[in-house]
Design a protein around this ligand. Structure first.
Ligand code: ZN
Length: 293
């Protein structure tokens, strides 16, 4: 499943062909993805200039001149292709397999920039919805989302406050979208490893009794910033190599230190431990029992 850095990479890949361009035609080739398309989905998009392409958590948000916002979520298997008259590219390279079968091309935007933007999604957990900008605060899909992990509001003090009374594991707390938005299994594993904190640690240990952040909380926030920024940077480099669309395993995987590395030697200097895997809240957790406490 694409996580925040992948979505950010897609945003950066789509930005040059979407921002400032008009959606000449929009096409929904089926009645639904994860949810049915709104009856006026196409009508609210066609003829609209995209004034900006932003991101909130794992949502892409295209601002339209009409005052509407097109919300797009990649789900489990969604991806975009950018087709120009002399070129075809898929923004970013990913850890998850990307389908190329045109039978799964479900949405198409023909842009005045000369590009066709195709949304492909074999498993159809992705979705798109047009929402009035002034109604975003009440939008159920966005309501309750916690702070952006790379935004100014997210710091050790805030994380400590959110975890103060949590008796769940640190892993579960970080996957809770109300605590921090857009983090998924891969980058939570990576951030915990980098900060040398056990995924089983009780979340409340990030906070002192007074609700102040412990050193653990500070270390963890720093690690979250680093793993996300590194992945976004790696995604940026994969954008430049977008013609190499053959491999299904992308650039991101090579920068993982623990995820999917069960049985390998821990990369923490002088640790000498071995990466283990166990199931936690139904998901695989990868960690080093020796240096993550
Ligand atoms: Zn280790």
């Amino acid at each position: 499943m694409p996580e925040l850095p992948e979505v950010e990479t897609v945003r950066r890949g789509l930005q040059p062909v979407m921002e400032g361009a008009k959606i000449l035609t929009a096409e929904a080739r089926r009645p639904d993805l994860r949810f049915p398309f709104q009856p006026d989905f196409v009508a609210r998009l066609q003829g609209q200039v995209v004034t900006g392409l932003g991101r909130r958590a794992k949502y892409l948000m295209a601002d339209l001149a009409s005052g509407d916002v097109l919300l797009m979520h990649l789900g489990m298997s969604g991806s975009f292709r950018v087709i120009k008259p002399d070129d075809e590219a898929a923004p970013g390279e990913f850890h998850y397999p990307r389908a190329k079968d045109s039978a799964h091309d479900h949405v198409l935007f023909r842009m005045s920039s000369g590009a066709d933007i195709v949304f492909n999604d074999p498993r159809r957990f992705g979705y798109m919805k047009v929402i009035a900008r002034n109604a975003l605060d009440e939008e159920p899909l966005l309501r309750g989302l916690g702070p952006e992990p790379l935004g100014n509001a997210f710091d050790a003090a805030m994380l400590a406050r959110s975890c103060q009374d949590k008796t769940t594991s640190l892993k579960a707390a970080l996957l809770d979208q109300r605590v921090v938005a857009g983090l998924g299994n891969i980058y939570v594993c990576e951030a915990l490893h980098r900060s040398h904190l056990s995924p089983r640690r009780i979340a409340a240990t990030l906070s002192t009794r007074k609700g102040e952040p412990t050193d653990h909380a500070k270390r963890l926030v720093g690690a979250i910033h680093t793993v996300l920024n590194d992945a976004i940077k790696a995604g940026g480099s994969s954008l430049r190599d977008h013609r190499q669309t053959t491999g299904e395993l992308g650039y991101f995987q090579h920068s993982f230190k623990v995820y999917d590395r069960e049985g390998e030697k821990c990369t923490t200097p002088r640790c000498g431990g071995t990466i283990k895997r166990f199931t936690q809240n139904g998901r695989s957790t990868f960690w080093c029992p020796k240096c993550q406490k």
